[in-house]
Design a protein around this ligand. Structure first.
Ligand SMILES: Cc1cc2nc3c(=O)[nH]c(=O)nc-3n(C[C@H](O)[C@H](O)[C@H](O)COP(=O)(O)OP(=O)(O)OC[C@H]3O[C@@H](n4cnc5c(N)ncnc54)[C@H](O)[C@@H]3O)c2cc1C
Ligand code: SF4
Length: 328
């Protein structure tokens, strides 16, 4: 591993200032992804700025009935938080479906959003990869791509985003708060992660030296229910082949509100806008769910070996909607 310096930031301002002063520096959350990538030679920062002990470790209610989640809140603390479990169970379920207990005890909210793809070629520096080394090629397209994208991929990259938490945040319409050298800004999580296009080396819209400070969850109106479901090769310690976060409100047999996001299918959590349009105002029936989910997945372009993901995603989403609608 290339030698690097380590600095524990005492404040958000110091973290951002030190990052701006050291090109190639990286913020360190729990280190569960970044340190692995450093060991593999995929990342080689000259400076690690440890932000894991910044005072951003609280989950607090907002005045409008939403939730404010600090960037250094550990995944296990967030999953166990009473309000998250009771009001936003999709988020708690997504977190608990990810990684292992030990990893969740260390991983942070900010780091989870920015974890890198698990495409095997990205993690192997002996192989070409457009995401790691722009212009070098994408061996996954014709190679091992069973776990990779069926939606929104490009000729340059067919990777998927690995986070479960980000999928729940996408369906819940969360907002990411960023602090950078030029001040603060808020980015809806639906616009935070990118599709690969012709620049797959860029995963998100975060700018150089910007620090994630918080994530905001809007309130969910009374009667809104949500859940997260994940299909994977093993019952734990495995990334999603396909997953779904669903948010639903049904009144008098009609769907008043529906939000749907898929994981494991694309370079970013995939918000299912076409499905939502069909669901909104429609009768809450199995036929509606099937029509809506099929309309969304009609955009899928499976690769040679991953067409099964479309079937998995369809079943997960239709079952999730039916389960939510059946709740008293
Ligand atoms: C064996 C294994 C299995 C796993 N399984 C799953 C799974 O099933 N589902 C799942 O979702 N995840 C899974 N994970 C991934 C795990 O959830 C992530 O590694 C973790 O969430 C990353 O958080 P971290 O705080 O450790 O990030 P770090 O490794 O510290 O950082 C990740 C990235 O975020 C940046 N960063 C960190 N904090 C900030 C901040 N506040 N602002 C700006 N940039 C920041 C870092 O610079 C780095 O680029 C697994 C990991 C392992 C090792
Ligand atoms: S899918 Fe993306 S991450 Fe994987 S090899 Fe191709 S360019 Fe690299």
């Amino acid at each position: 591993m290339k030698p690097f310096s380590y600095l524990r930031a005492g404040s958000v301002a110091e973290a951002v200032r030190e990052s701006a002063a050291s090109p190639g520096a990286r913020f360190l959350g729990g280190g569960t992804n970044l340190v692995d990538l450093m060991k593999l030679g995929v990342e080689s920062p000259g400076l690690l700025i440890d932000v894991s002990r910044l005072p951003l470790d609280r989950v607090t209610d907002t005045a409008d009935g939403g939730l404010r989640i600090g960037a250094t809140v550990r995944n296990s603390d967030l999953a166990a938080h009473h309000t998250v479990r009771t009001r936003y169970p999709a988020l708690s379920q997504a977190l608990l479906a990810g990684a292992s207990g030990q990893l969740r005890n260390t991983a942070t909210t900010g780091g989870n959003l920015l974890q890198r793809t698990r495409c095997p070629y990205f993690q192997d520096t002996s192989k070409p990869c457009n995401k790691r080394e722009p212009g070098s090629g994408c061996p996954a397209r014709e190679g091992a791509h069973r776990d990779l994208a069926v939606l929104g991929h490009s000729a340059e990259c067919v990777a998927t985003h690995p986070s479960d938490m980000a999928v729940a945040l996408t369906a819940l319409d969360a907002t990411v708060l960023l602090h950078g050298p030029h001040g603060e800004r808020a980015v809806p999580v639906t616009g935070f992660h990118r599709l690969p296009g012709d620049s797959p080396d860029t995963d998100t819209v975060i700018r150089p030296d910007e620090l994630i400070t918080e994530v905001l969850l809007p309130p969910l109106p009374d009667g809104t229910v949500c859940l997260y479901r994940k299909a994977r090769d093993r019952a734990s310690f495995a990334f999603a082949l396909a997953s779904v976060a669903a948010v639903l409100r049904v009144r008098g047999g009609r769907i008043e509100h529906a939000a749907l996001a898929f994981g494991g299918l694309a370079h970013r959590p995939w918000r299912a806008r076409a499905a939502e349009e069909i669901l909104r105002g429609a009768p809450a029936t199995d036929e509606t769910y099937q029509t809506a989910v099929d309309a969304e997945l009609a955009a899928a372009r499976p690769l040679r070996d991953n067409g099964f993901k479309v079937t998995l995603a369809r079943r997960l989403a239709v079952d999730a909607l039916a389960e939510l609608a059946a709740r008293p």
